[in-house]
Design a protein around this ligand. Structure first.
Ligand code: KG4
Ligand code: ZN
Length: 333
């Protein structure tokens, strides 16, 4: 089954072609224009998607060697994400669906991140835990079977990616902050500064990152500029370590509580090499089997939308031309 995937929920315009669980092409254009604003500007994102989408789809088809007439279904992200940005992808997919008479499938972006782990997999073994860590989400789900997802942990304030982005901004680094902090942290001493790992009373399963951001704010505010400047790499290393350690501790807590030690992790923050090293270390304990997607499929891309679309198709869940966008869609909706 050939699927054309389309992703436009935030600031990446992406298209991909897949055959079953194999990716034949994946073309992604990152909208760098947002860098100068220090974050994604929704109106600009929609306009950029409009400019880029047909070119990106065309390139993905050429790269795959598959003709549009051979595509069996068009999978498109219809939530969560920025409303205008989502609408560009969905409307483009609808147009293509009508003109070429190809079925359309609405895909949940977060389910796409989860399914980025299934690329090239022959068989999916349930149950497993799923840690989703992106710019807008930090959640742990218990995945019992396809479409049977139970939310066990959620952030009560900022997402982990957001903590990277806001921390980077405080340190005068550019957007997106995760890769910038990771780069700076490489030469830093992660124990030189101490940041708090939040403990939430009466909801130990959940995450909180706003206190961490506030302590970075006061560290910068209460010390002279030269000290901060000279120690920037140590601060970045300690700040990054606190976010990543929070994620690791929470996976361990939930694994112990549920006795489920198989997990898939996904989302932009998983591109962090220090985090991947920590996962490797956890996997050295025989009971853990935690999988990360290939680096190419961590941040937003349409290959993961193809995977989620394929799973929907083989479970007979297609959409129709009334497909709407849902900016706040949860993974189990
Ligand atoms: O999944 P994603 O591409 O988009 C959303 O769905 O949000 O995730 C973007 C987030 C941003 O907050 C970005 O700073 C973070 O992922 N990120 C990273 C790294 N690369 C991207 N965080 C830490 N280390 C990285 N290398
Ligand atoms: Zn994402």
């Amino acid at each position: 089954m050939y699927i054309l995937g389309i992703e436009s929920s935030c600031d990446e315009t992406s298209a991909s072609v897949s055959y079953h669980r194999k990716i034949l092409s994946n073309t992604t254009i990152n909208q760098v224009v947002h860098k100068e604003y220090g974050g994604v500007v929704p109106e600009i994102a929609s306009r950029e998607h409009l400019d880029l989408i047909s070119k990106v789809v065309e390139l993905a088809l050429i790269d795959s060697g598959i003709k549009i007439d051979d595509i069996d279904a068009i999978a498109v992200t219809n939530g969560p994400g920025l409303k205008g940005a989502l609408m560009v992808g969905v409307n483009f997919a609808k147009g293509l669906s009508i003109s070429k008479n190809i079925p359309i499938i609405g895909v949940n972006h977060m389910e796409g991140h989860l399914f980025s782990n299934f690329i090239d997999l022959k068989e999916i073994k349930y149950p497993f835990l799923c840690l989703l860590v992106s710019g807008g989400h930090t959640q742990i789900w218990n995945v019992k079977k396809y479409k049977d997802y139970n939310l066990l942990s959620n952030t009560i304030d900022d997402a982990a990616g957001e903590a990277f982005d806001k921390g980077a901004r405080l340190l005068g680094l550019s957007y997106p902050g995760g890769p910038e902090i990771e780069k700076l942290a490489k030469d830093g001493d992660l124990s030189k500064f101490k940041f708090p790992i939040a403990k939430i009373k009466d909801s130990e399963n959940n995450f909180s990152f706003s206190g961490l951001k506030t302590s970075l704010y006061y560290l910068i505010k209460n010390n002279d500029k030269d000290m901060i400047h000279d120690n920037k790499h140590h601060i970045a290393a300690s700040y990054q370590e606190t976010i990543l350690e929070t994620l690791i501790q929470k996976i361990m807590l939930i694994a112990e509580k549920t006795k489920v030690y198989d997990a898939f992790v996904s989302g932009g923050v998983i591109a962090n090499m220090r985090f991947r090293d920590k996962i490797d270390k956890l996997n050295s304990q025989p009971k853990y089997n935690i999988n990360c997607p290939d680096m190419r499929y961590c941040t937003d891309n349409a290959a993961m939308i193809c995977m989620a679309g394929y799973e929907k198709m083989i479970n007979n869940k297609t959409s129709d031309l009334n497909l709407e966008v849902f900016p706040n869609l949860l993974m189990n909706q």
